[in-house]
Design a protein around this ligand. Structure first.
Ligand code: BGC
Length: 459
């Protein structure tokens, strides 16, 4: 009898997680799609590199806007309805991109799509953390990260297919299909129990949890726990103004996200085919090489998942920044010497892949993890909100300046610049980043509030 009850329950639980994680897939698809389309868009509209930078980065400005409003939206509408709104925007935004009649319309459509991503990228992990049982929470968030990289790869593969005839409208529009599936899926999600309790609807929260969990006594305890936790008021902004120790953790979150973006990862995610064009690849080879970038990005994420709780955050970050610096400095040197032979082309691509491995095994997933670990409970929503917003703004600035850098200081110097920054990030890690492996969030909070140096708050 017990088994018969458990099986459908497990299925519906898995379905819930899978759907929320699909938001990560949508996020990745939209990050990845532009790289294959932008060169065709440039030819089609006869626009400058600078205009292309605006088309690429308009999505990130939209995402920053979406992330800024997502906290308010998800607490007033509820997590589920917020996800529904963002899924609808995904579909509408993708279709508007496909039918954009002018470059201005494309900028506006990508801004709208960005809002969908910003809202979903804030709400989905929040929802996942609120519906997952304690024991699997870490794995759930890692799965979300993995879905982002799988989404990026999916977009690279679809770009490969549509690039045969330069069909950039199809590249951008086809994302509406997974968007529509996501929309259908989120319509069937249950509301987050935590949000229901927040709204004084504890009975409904209990129903949802009974649907997701097997042990009714544990459900009672969980509802009581949530009620207890909610007694601690979230006073982020107020606390930011009043408490110098909290300001330190907020600035560390901002710093970590700026560092993550200034590694240069999205230069590759948005412009990989163009970079491969620079080293002499034809269209088909550009798209294939980009697919290999996507596969490497997915696979190397598993290195982080496997080692983060064993080896710790800091050693992985050191290794990652070293590997990234080596990769980018080598790419710069190859560009400086001139990539002429096939052997040189292969070496350059290999060095770019080395960079991707460095990012995906370290700063990619770890920055998100550390940002959520360092904030004290009362200011957690505020602190994570600010660092997420920073991620998008820094992301937009990188997207907005890459082609100008290539044209201004030259390709070799651009890659050296990013390579050099990764060397500096070794120092940033040494001085500011705490080792949080195996330390409870409560201990981290006590250390922070007790005035310990940031790099020591994990001990
Ligand atoms: C970053 C994104 C990036 C992605 C690449 C994420 O952790 O925040 O900006 O595009 O990794 O896999």
């Amino acid at each position: 009898m017990q088994a018969a009850v458990t099986a459908p329950k497990q299925r519906s639980t898995i379905f819930t997680y899978l759907l929320a994680a699909l938001a990560g897939l949508m996020f990745g698809l939209d990050i990845g799609v532009i790289s294959g389309a932008e060169q065709f868009i440039q030819t089609y509209f006869h626009i400058s590199d600078n205009y292309i930078e605006w088309i690429v980065s308009s999505m990130m400005w939209g995402a920053a806007t979406g992330a800024a409003g997502a906290g308010w939206l998800s607490s007033s509408l509820g997590r589920r309805r917020t996800l529904v709104v963002s899924a609808a925007l995904f579909v509408i935004g993708s279709l508007l991109c496909a039918f954009a009649w002018t470059p201005e319309a494309l900028v506006a459509a990508r801004f709208l799509l960005g809002i969908a991503i910003g809202v979903a990228a804030f709400t989905a992990p929040l929802y996942l953390a609120e519906v997952s049982p304690q024991e699997t929470r870490g794995a759930m968030i890692s799965m979300y990260q993995l879905m982002i990289t799988i989404g990026i790869l999916g977009a690279f593969l679809s770009n490969l297919w549509f690039s045969r005839h330069g069909e950039w409208r199809w590249m951008l529009g086809v994302i509406a299909i997974p968007g529509a599936l996501f929309l259908l899926g989120v319509l069937s999600l249950p509301e987050s129990p935590r949000w229901l309790v927040m709204r004084g609807r504890s009975g409904e929260a209990q129903d949802v949890l009974n649907h997701l969990r097997t042990d009714p006594a544990a459900v009672e305890r969980e509802v009581a726990d949530i009620q207890e936790q909610l007694k601690i008021p979230q006073r982020g902004w107020h606390m930011f103004l009043q408490n110098a120790n909290f300001r330190r953790s907020v600035f560390l979150g901002i710093g970590l996200q700026v560092v993550q973006q200034l590694t240069g990862i999205n230069v590759i995610m948005y412009y990989a085919p163009r970079i491969f064009h620079q080293v002499g690849f034809g269209v088909n080879a550009q798209m294939w090489a980009t697919v290999i970038v996507g596969v490497t990005n997915v696979l190397a994420t598993f290195i982080a998942i496997a080692f983060v709780d064993r080896v710790g955050r800091k050693p992985i970050l050191y290794a990652g920044f070293l590997v990234m610096a080596a990769g980018l400095l080598s790419v710069g040197t190859m560009m400086h010497m001139g990539v002429l032979t096939q052997g040189e082309q292969i070496f350059t691509v290999a060095m770019l892949l080395v960079f991707i491995v460095g990012f995906a095994m370290s700063a990619g997933p770890l920055v998100w993890a550390i940002c959520s670990e360092i904030q004290p409970l009362k200011g957690r929503d505020f602190g994570i909100g600010v660092s997420t917003l920073t991620n998008w703004v820094a992301n937009a600035i990188v997207g907005l300046t890459f082609l100008s850098l290539l044209n201004g200081i030259g390709p070799a110097q651009t890659f050296w610049l990013y390579g050099g920054l990764n060397v500096l990030f070794l120092l940033f890690t040494f001085w500011f980043v705490p080792e949080t492996k195996g330390t409870s969030l409560e201990q981290i909070e006590r250390n922070l509030m007790g005035g310990k140096a940031l790099r020591d708050i994990g001990q």
